[in-house]
Design a protein around this ligand. Structure first.
Ligand SMILES: [Zn+2]
Length: 322
């Protein structure tokens, strides 16, 4: 199996990341291409990046497929993406069909957070664990559910939208139009909003030395672990709501593992302590101690390894029929 490889493509907000990934999760070759503005350019860039990677494949290696992850509305079964950053507009982009005109390899497309769950399951914190949920917490919050060693997609393929679990009835407005979703409380964007509001109230913090547009989730996480009381309280609040969502997940699924990844998982000890406290406080008492919350292991390669994992994991079960 060591000679089997997959191409992993991760379409982000500013970069298309691509890699050749071996069947054991090892990244053999990777590239990062800055995204240009229009959708036709992005499709050209995707095709070009695939062609470049194909040249890197050695004669003794067998390419078994191309996996691709993107945010926004990804239709795994039709092979279309809608509203993913610059690959957007309101129209569906028939991305799989376009790629298949040039390359005949099987192509597996999915929501980027669901792919991240596949990567953690096969090669990361969820290795050897048959049931798990992975949360990816960055600008937004996504999730993926693995049950009995397989991805649970749901009937319309939207399973795992944990970022839109209500954690505060009638709470803050969320990007989805509803109120009180986890994403409105625990995403990096929510953290930045809270920090800016606190600074306008003249609360003291190391963040004061930064310009308003320099404040980001990473800096808030860093200062939280350095003892800055404003940043600490923001990260603790974030952890509180993630823990609450995890308690709901555990009550519902009785699984042993929840993996937390994405930029906000840099929140370190302050974040994970507060997640643990909150999850154990809100979960059904007899489920306390039955689960663990772990930081995702794949780090910066989570996107490309996750996309390649879609090939390794779903290659056999997947067909493009509805
Ligand atoms: Zn929402």
């Amino acid at each position: 199996m060591d000679n089997q490889i997959a191409i992993g493509l991760d379409i982000g907000g500013t970069f298309i990341k691509t890699a050749l990934v071996r069947g054991d999760g090892h990244v053999l070759h990777k590239k990062s291409i800055p995204i240009k503005t229009t959708s036709s350019h992005i499709i050209d860039q995707i095709l070009l990046s695939i062609s470049l990677l194909l040249k890197e494949i050695k004669v003794d290696q067998e390419l078994i497929g191309i996996g691709m992850g993107a945010p926004g509305n990804v239709n795994r079964l039709k092979g279309t993406i809608q509203g993913a950053y610059n690959l957007s507009g309101l129209e569906d982009q028939a991305i799989v069909e376009i790629i298949q005109k040039k390359h005949s390899y099987p192509i597996f497309i999915d929501n980027d957070a669901t792919n991240a769950a596949k990567g953690e399951f096969l090669f990361g914190a969820g290795k050897n664990c048959q049931h798990m949920v992975a949360l990816t917490i960055g600008t937004g919050i996504g999730g993926g559910i693995i049950l009995n060693g397989q991805v649970f997609h749901g009937i319309t393929d939207y399973a795992g939208e944990i970022g839109h679990m209500t954690v505060v009835p009638n709470g803050r407005l969320c990007s989805c139009g509803n109120y009180g979703c986890l994403e409105a409380y625990s995403s990096a964007s929510a953290m930045v909003d809270q920090a800016r509001q606190a600074l306008r109230r003249r609360e003291t913090s190391q963040l004061e030395t930064l310009k308003a547009d320099e404040i980001n989730g990473e800096k808030i996480c860093y200062w939280a672990n350095e003892g800055d009381s404003l940043c600490e309280s923001i990260v603790q609040d974030v952890g509180h709501f993630i823990g609450l969502a995890i308690a709901n997940i555990i009550n519902l699924l009785n699984i042993p593992l929840v993996v937390v990844g994405g930029g906000v998982s840099a929140g370190g000890k302050v974040l994970f302590q507060s997640i643990d406290e909150s999850a154990n406080k809100h979960v059904l008492p007899r489920l306390r101690g039955t689960f663990r919350v772990e930081k995702a292991l794949l780090g910066n390669d989570a996107g490309v390894i996750g996309s390649a994992s879609a090939v390794f994991m779903e290659g056999l079960e997947h067909t493009h029929t509805l």
